[in-house]
Design a protein around this ligand. Structure first.
Ligand code: ATP
Ligand code: MG
Length: 392
C-alpha cells in the first residue's frame, strides 16, 4: 500500500509578524490561497496549534503545491502523512513505508522529532532513536545515520490533534502577502526589465498597477498587446492587474521640433515621470516603480537619473538598480515574462531615439530646454489619452 499524503504543511516567514500585523498578514495569505485553489474542490485549510495544515481531499499534492508557489508569503510546503491518536507502533509503520520510498542514491539520513504534545509517552529523543532503527532495518545496509549533514530527513511532529510525518520540502515564493503594502505605479514598457521590477515589489506586498506609454500610430497594436500579455503574467501573482495607457505621440513630435536631439530622451523621460505622478495621484499610488538599472543605457547614469527624477517628489523604487542583466533575465524566465519581452515590437522610446543621447544631462540644461515647451498643455493633452484596462 502506498502512503497517503493527506495534508500539506504550509510555512510562512515570521519576521513581519509583529502585533496586529499578524492578523492582516494571515488574512491576506488565506485570501490568496483561496484564490489560487478556487477551482479545486474538497480541500480545507485548518490551523490547529498555530500550524497551517491544508487537507488535500482528492487533489494532487503536486498540483496544489505548484499553485501555492505563486502565493507570496509562503516559505515552504511539505506533504505529510497524518496519524491520529499516534502510538510508537503506528509511527514505526509509516516510517518504514517512507523509508521504502527513498531512492537508492540517498546514503545518509536522520530523524527529527518534535513532541509538542507531552502526553505522548516517549520523548522526542526516544522517538527519533526508535524510528531511526526502523529506517535502518528497512534500508538493509544502504543507509547510515548522519545527524549533521543528512541527505534525507524524516521529520516527525507529535501534536494534540495527531502526528505528522514528512520528508520533502518544496520552496514557496517567499516575500510578503500581496496587498500587505500600499499601491505603487509601475512604468511598464515591453522590455525585459520593468515586468521584473513590478514582480519584485508585488513580492514585497505592494499592490502594483502598470502605466504604459505608447506612440500610436508609430507604435503598433501588436506592441500594445505585448504589454497586455506581460500584465496578464503579473496578474497571476495578485489576482488582478490594472494597466493605464497614455499616448506620448504629441509630446514626441513637439520634442523633435523644439529640443536638441541629444536631450530628447532626458526630456521625454521627465514627461513620463510627470504623467506617472498625475496618474498616481488619481489612483492613490504612493510610489513609482521602474526597471532602471544603473549604467544600462544613457538615461540610466546617476546624472541622468537625477535630472529625470527632479520633476517628481514621489519615491521612485528601482529594485533592479544594482542588478546585472543576466540576473534580471533569470528572474524574467522564472516568472515567464522573458519570451514575451523579447518579441520584437517597437517601444515608444526607441522610435525617436537620437544617435548620441547625452549621458550626463544637467538639470539646468533640461529646465532650460523645457522653456521652449508648453509643459502644462502637453501634459494635459497627454492625460486626455488615458485608457484603462483591467486584467484578471
Ligand atoms: P525595460 O527592459 O524595462 O524596457 P530598458 O532597459 O529598456 O528597460 P529604458 O528603455 O531606458 O530601459 O527604460 C527604463 C525604464 O523606463 C523601464 O524599465 C520602464 O520602467 C520605463 N519605461 C521605458 N519605456 C516605457 C514605456 N514605453 N512605457 C512605460 N514605461 C517605460
Ligand atoms: Mg525599454
Amino acid at each position: 500500500m502506498s502512503l497517503n499524503y493527506e495534508v500539506l504543511i504550509l510555512r510562512y516567514g515570521e519576521l513581519a509578524l509583529k502585533g496586529r500585523n499578524r492578523a492582516t498578514f494571515e488574512n491576506l495569505l488565506i485570501k490568496q490561497t483561496r484564490r489560487v485553489l478556487k477551482d479545486l474542490k474538497g480541500w480545507e485549510l485548518k490551523r490547529p496549534s498555530r500550524r497551517w495544515i491544508l487537507f488535500l481531499g482528492d487533489n494532487d499534492p503536486e498540483d496544489v503545491i505548484t499553485r501555492l508557489q505563486k502565493v507570496f508569503g509562503y516559505v515552504s510546503f511539505s506533504p505529510a502523512v497524518v496519524i491520529k491518536e499516534p502510538t510508537m507502533e503506528k509511527l514505526g509503520d509509516t516510517a518504514r513505508q517512507m523509508a521504502r520510498e527513498i531512492g537508492k542514491e540517498i546514503k545518509t539520513f536522520k530523524v527529527n522529532t518534535r513532541r509538542v504534545d507531552k502526553r505522548f509517552p516517549a520523548d522526542s529523543y526516544a522517538v527519533s532513536r526508535e524510528l531511526g532503527g526502523v529506517v535502518l532495518n528497512e534500508a538493509d545496509g544502504h543507509l547510515k545515520v548522519d545527524v549533521h549533514n543528512p541527505e534525507w530527513v524524516l521529520s516527525v511532529e507529535i501534536r494534540e490533534e495527531g502526528a505528522y510525518l514528512y520528508s520533502d520540502s518544496y520552496k514557496g515564493a517567499g516575500g510578503l502577502p500581496y496587498g500587505s503594502a500600499n499601491k505603487a505605479l509601475l512604468l511598464l514598457s515591453g522590455g525585459i526589465d520593468s515586468p521584473v521590477a513590478g514582480y519584485l515589489l508585488m513580492k514585497r506586498g505592494a499592490v502594483v498597477e502598470g502605466l504604459h506609454f505608447h506612440s500610436y500610430p508609430f507604435t503598433s497594436e501588436r506592441a500594445k498587446q505585448k504589454v497586455i500579455d506581460l500584465g496578464q503574467k503579473l496578474a497571476s501573482f495578485g489576482g488582478h492587474f490594472r494597466i493605464h495607457f497614455i499616448s506620448l505621440t504629441e509630446i514626441q513630435k513637439e520634442l523633435k521640433l523644439k529640443v536638441d536631439p541629444d536631450l530628447n530622451i532626458t526630456i521625454l523621460r521627465r514627461f513620463m515621470y510627470r504623467i506617472a505622478e498625475a496618474i498616481s495621484e488619481k489612483e492613490e499610488a504612493l510610489a513609482l516603480i521602474t526597471g532602471e538599472s544603473l549604467g544600462q543605457v544613457a538615461s540610466q547614469t546617476l546624472e541622468s537619473l537625477r535630472t529625470i527624477n527632479a520633476v517628481t517628489n514621489l519615491p521612485i523604487l528601482r529594485p533592479l538598480c544594482g542588478m546585472d542583466k543576466e540576473d534580471i533575465i533569470t528572474i524574467a524566465r522564472e516568472i515567464d515574462t522573458y519570451d514575451i519581452s523579447i518579441e520584437p515590437y517597437e517601444d515608444c522610446c526607441t522610435i525617436f531615439l537620437p544617435e548620441h543621447p547625452e549621458t550626463k544631462p544637467r538639470i539646468e540644461r533640461a529646465v532650460k530646454a523645457e522653456e521652449a515647451l508648453d509643459v502644462e498643455k502637453l501634459l494635459e493633452d497627454a492625460l486626455q489619452t488615458h485608457e484603462i484596462m483591467d486584467l484578471r
